[in-house]
Write a protein that binds this ligand. Structure first.
Ligand code: FES
Length: 121
């Protein structure tokens, strides 16, 4: 008996959902002002009929806390990190990058914060 193939998502969106306790000096991606962003992404994907081709995943810290809120959009052979997210930026990213296939360059994390992959020893 042959097993049915499971379709792959076209994109994964990894959204940092780390929240630091009040009083922590280090910023985190989720606070009172940004706590709705994950649900905004999910609702927008559903409204656009993209849930399935796009898989939305909650992550812990992605080590770019100073530029948060951040998320990584990963396609078949590419990955992009978006920084300082707002609902307006997310709407544009979903429309232009996810639906249109063209990353929104002005929202990408600056190059100095997203360098080459570290070498494995
Ligand atoms: S808390 Fe989001 S990158 Fe660190």
């Amino acid at each position: 008996m042959q097993m049915p193939q499971i379709p792959q998502p076209t994109y994964y969106i990894f959204k940092c959902e780390q929240s630091s306790p009040p009083g922590m000096p280090k910023p985190s991606c989720v606070n009172a002002d940004t706590q709705g962003l994950f649900n905004h992404i999910g609702m927008s994907l559903m409204q656009k009929g993209l849930m399935g081709p796009v898989q939305l995943i909650r992550t812990s810290c992605l080590a770019r806390c100073q530029q948060g809120p951040v998320m990584v959009v990963a396609g078949q052979n590419e990955r992009f990190m978006y920084a300082n997210l707002t609902t307006e930026k997310i709407d544009r990213i979903l429309e232009e990058h996810i639906k249109g296939g063209v990353p929104v360059a002005e929202y990408l994390i600056p190059e100095q914060f997203w360098g080459e992959p570290q070498k494995l020893n």
